[in-house]
Design a protein around this ligand. Structure first.
Ligand code: DGJ
Length: 544
């Protein structure tokens, strides 16, 4: 049923798209190492920032917001596009706000990403036009367990789907006309943090009827075939021999049912949008907090537990993204580092972004990272307390971006984050033939902590040469015993910077700055790039 709506509504957009080859537009290329965004034929690293929800609602805001963000070494701004604003009257579209943002972004040499705040934004439906909000008959609401209509559109409203898909495809067609030559807009997020908020699932009459019917055999079959990529949670619940939702998915039935319904809806919206203009498209996820039940966090959202349901239902989506606000950043980003996904973090806490960014790009192989509320970052000296700001991290990463992108593709990067409350005081990563052991920076000789947080990214450029960017860490180097037992040490360390493509030596670090040749001692509060050359040589046999 959903398919036929889509093909009827969007036929007009298909014709235009057929004249354009997909290789001309930005695209996601996946490999065993992860995925990269290709723009104008070359890998592109997104140094992103997402705007607050009320920061892109007028054209004039572009003039004040974008020039400031352009000073932060951000290269891509994620901005909401509200359905209520582009289609205030049914069938009448107005893209003047988006057009102005694109024009200003071009002047500021910034890229944009559009966030389609359509039927759902954080589970709720407050960005839909008021003509739609008021007509609950034509656009049915989800119903709570105690029988109340919610301010959440049901995924089963055929008119809702038709209108959302129509508006999105008109947006994409407009974008194609405005932007296909310059490609200021790189990608599009479809809806925002979908999922049902309430007990488990929508209890509208239509949803109850569907839930009382057998699980579609096609869904069971597709999941069977995808068994090898199941999450532990889906593996624990899925019983292919069952018929009803509870038989097949046990106590995850409500949630999987919602995931399937959101995924079907989004597939139709995204597929229609891509026929108009095939930019990469993805969905973002509000992640569960510890001990939360489905419905306390958006039930059926694209979180890692039942993501396979999306993957088999919504092939128009290019990748899946976590919005990571919880403290265990590493755990959540790693759950999106699965075969067939390209890692991108569209939202993260601005305060911890200067550290987590290094982990995202260096360890999780992310092609992009984007703290939320980027326009609120203060650029005045020390405005971010004693630590670095994301602007400092992006300055370093943008000068390393060519070597970082090729190292990501060959799996030659690592990254780590340490906090004063981390469970371990030291962390080690292996790269090439060496181990890199990091601890937080301490004073000498009292050994008091100089910072609460530290992080680094390590990029291998030659067998013995590494570029390390970060702050707040002391790093010791060891030969990886799995390689050999050669004697290893620091050949030299330079603090470097880049100007017009050339690397310049700012300082040669030695003596106290290398703990007498034994460690890289990073600045506790400032981000720098260090070129570290190590040596390994045969050991003199021990004299017995
Ligand atoms: C996640 C949402 O996706 C954002 O739009 C915003 O509401 C943040 N949460 C929190 O402010």
């Amino acid at each position: 049923m959903l398919k036929s709506i889509h093909s009827g509504v969007l036929a007009g957009c298909i014709l235009g798209a057929m004249t354009m080859s997909a290789s001309e537009v930005p695209t996601i290329v996946k490999s065993a190492a992860g995925g990269q965004l290709i723009v104008n034929g070359k890998p592109f690293l997104i140094l992103g920032g997402e705007l607050g929800n009320s920061s892109a609602g007028t054209a004039a805001q572009a003039d004040s917001v974008l020039p400031r963000i352009a000073q932060m070494h951000v290269n891509t701004v994620l901005m909401p596009v509200a359905w209520e604003q582009i289609e205030p009257v049914e069938g009448k579209f107005d893209f003047s706000i988006q057009d102005h943002w694109i024009d200003v972004a071009r002047e500021q040499h910034l890229h944009l990403m559009f966030l389609w705040f359509g039927s759902w934004k954080n589970g709720f439906s407050n960005y839909v036009p008021s003509w739609l909000k008021q007509d609950t008959k034509r656009f049915p609401r989800a119903v709570s367990a105690d029988g109340y209509e919610l301010e959440i559109l049901s995924t089963l409203g055929t008119e809702t789907l038709k209108c959302d898909a129509q508006a999105f495809s008109v947006l994409m067609r407009h974008l194609r006309e405005k932007d296909r030559d310059q490609q200021t807009v790189l990608m599009v997020q479809v809806e925002n943090e979908v999922g049902y908020l309430g007990r488990g699932r929508d209890r509208s009459a239509a949803a109850n009827r569907l839930f009382a019917s057998p699980v579609p055999p096609e869904l069971i079959h597709k999941l069977q075939n995808a068994r090898n990529s199941f999450s532990p949670e889906l593996r624990a619940h899925f019983k292919s021999t069952g018929t009803t939702w509870p038989e097949v998915f046990g106590d995850a039935a409500d949630e999987v049912f919602m995931a399937w319904n959101y995924a079907r809806f989004i597939q139709t919206v995204a597929e229609g949008g891509k026929q108009a203009y095939p930019l990469p498209m993805y969905v973002n996820c509000q992640l569960p907090a510890p001990a939360e039940r489905a419905g306390e966090y958006p039930s059926g959202g694209p979180h890692p537990y039942y993501l396979e349901v999306y993957r088999v239902t919504a092939p128009a989506l290019d990748f899946y993204s976590p919005d990571i606000y919880w403290p265990n950043f590493e755990y959540w980003i790693d759950r999106y580092k699965f075969s067939g996904n390209a890692v991108f973090v569209p939202e993260a806490r601005l305060e911890s972004a200067p550290y987590n960014a290094f982990y995202a790009y260096g360890e999780a192989g992310a092609f992009g990272f984007s703290p939320f509320g980027i326009e609120s970052l203060q650029l005045s000296p020390n405005a971010n307390g004693s630590g670095p700001g994301i602007n400092d991290v992006y300055a370093a990463l943008s000068s390393m971006s060519d070597m970082l992108l090729s190292a990501q593709a060959s799996g030659s990067t690592r990254g780590l984050v340490l906090h004063s409350n981390s469970p371990r005081t030291a962390q080690t990563v292996a790269l090439g033939d060496y181990l890199f052991e990091a601890t937080l920076s301490r004073s000498w000789p009292t050994k008091t902590l100089l910072t609460e947080d530290g992080a680094m990214i390590v990029v291998q450029t030659n067998p013995n040469e590494f570029y390390i960017a970060g702050s707040g860490l002391s790093v010791s180097f060891f030969r990886d015993p799995d390689t050999d037992n050669k004697l290893c040490g620091i050949a030299n360390i330079e603090e470097v910077s880049r100007s017009g493509g050339e690397w310049l030596t700012v300082r040669r670090l030695n003596g106290d700055q290398t703990n007498q040749g034994r460690q890289l001692s990073m600045s506790p509060h400032e981000v720098h790039i260090y070129r570290v050359v190590l040596y390994a040589t045969g050991r003199t046999p021990r004299i017995e």
